[in-house]
Design a protein around this ligand. Structure first.
Ligand SMILES: O=C(O)CCC(=O)C(=O)O
Length: 385
């Protein structure tokens, strides 16, 4: 994996226009000035230039966050996950006849799609927030009927993804953006297999606060998107820079004006293996069907401002609706503590992040096999706004 494995598939009748769009988007992306390593000031704060560029663009690419050893751990977990998926949609067993991963989960866990299709675009799913269907190129003969392209609650299936969740530099960025008492949102694995991976139609995340009088550019939080194999304009996420600052955006009208799904202002993520993007959930974003020959695997996890979730009636998309009170937030935030401890055990020489809310918890967060087993369906407790 990570190597060229399949021939590039044509993007339908629009292939030439699409190839030009990918090239032009790449040039626009590099002109934004929103990429580089995680940098700190002399007193240990995230460098203000990074925060300025993040708030200006709605995303930032942190280069070289995950090293070779950590990427190898993630790849090993990914191979295990892929090998243990249900043999087909709805199956209880994997291809080798073992109980399949995620098959008995109560929470929404495995998301299936036809190859190169767009399962959400133009439907009412997820509050109808993906208003336009993307082009669905024709897969090669012999492609599977359906593939898993998204796994929610992913930390229950992968210790290495859990350890990324506890990365000290990323958690320092989370504190700088959302405040030291930041809270979890949810976690996911996006799997865009070459020649098969589904598209994610243009959308903005966030459902609860668009009409809130105190709404601002950071109200609905952000996602980190760590890249196992890197990503290209053909298989990576695209974002419309600055769109996170606008309360109202008519995505359908943008596509109509553009005359196609190729939004003229959008730019792609361009990442090497181990780069990690931070993306504002309010930004217009989406990704095209992966017609390229390259894998894209994103370890995706989001964080919120505490004041955006406390006392809020949330859920409905990622889990059951409910009020997010103190207890619920604290219980869900323990996963950050477990992640920090899991990371300490694997990388003992690394300096750990000091997550402020841990001090108020009645018992310490120790990562062990018992806690790991208790994570089944933990995403029923996600803080989804
Ligand atoms: O990675 C992708 O292609 C889609 C990610 C996305 O839409 C999200 O995290 O909200």
């Amino acid at each position: 994996m990570g190597e060229a494995e399949t021939a590039t598939i044509k993007y339908g009748a629009d292939d030439d226009a699409m190839q030009a769009y990918l090239r032009e988007g790449e040039a626009r992306a590099y002109a934004l000035g929103n990429r580089g390593p995680v940098r700190f000031t002399a007193d240990g704060a995230i460098h203000p230039d990074i925060l300025e560029a993040y708030w200006r663009c709605g995303f930032y690419i942190f280069e070289g966050v995950l090293g070779r050893e950590e990427l190898a751990d993630i790849e090993a977990d990914l191979k295990n996950i892929l090998g243990r998926l249900p043999a087909e949609k709805g199956a209880a067993l994997d291809a080798k006849g073992r109980p399949a991963l995620g098959a008995d989960c109560k929470a929404p866990t495995l998301f299936w799609s036809k190859p190169l299709a767009d399962p959400f675009g133009g439907t009412d799913l997820a509050n109808g927030r993906h208003p336009v269907k993307m082009t669905e190129p024709t897969p090669a003969a012999g492609a599977p009927k359906e593939i898993v392209y998204l796994i929610l609650g992913s930390l229950q299936f992968s210790d290495s993804c859990l350890r990324v969740y506890g990365h000290p530099h990323l958690l320092a960025v989370a504190a700088a953006v959302n405040g030291p008492d930041f809270t979890p949102f949810n976690e996911a694995l996006f799997i865009k297999e070459p020649g098969l991976g589904a598209s994610v139609a243009w959308h903005r995340d966030g459902v609860t606060h668009w009409d809130n009088a105190n709404w601002d550019q950071g109200t609905h939080g952000f996602n980190f998107m760590a890249q196992l194999y890197g990503c290209t304009p053909a298989n990576g996420l695209w974002v419309v820079p600055g769109s996170h600052k606008k309360r109202e955006i008519d995505i359908k009208a943008l596509v109509e004006q553009a005359g196609s799904e190729r939004l003229p202002d959008a730019v792609p993520f361009i990442c090497a293996p181990g780069d990690v993007a931070i993306t504002n959930r309010q930004a217009v974003h989406g990704s095209f069907a992966n017609t390229s020959k390259d894998w894209r695997v994103t370890v995706n996890f989001g964080f919120h401002r505490r004041k955006s979730v406390l006392g809020v009636s949330g859920g409905g998309i990622h889990n059951a609706p409910g009020i997010y009170d103190d207890n619920r937030i604290q219980a869900r935030s323990r996963l950050i503590g477990y992640a920090i401890d899991a990371r300490r055990q694997r990388f003992p020489k690394e300096r750990q992040f000091d997550y402020a809310p841990l001090a108020a918890m009645d018992k310490p967060c120790k990562w062990d096999t018992e806690v790991k087993a208790s994570l089944k369906d933990y995403n029923l407790m996600d803080l989804s706004i």
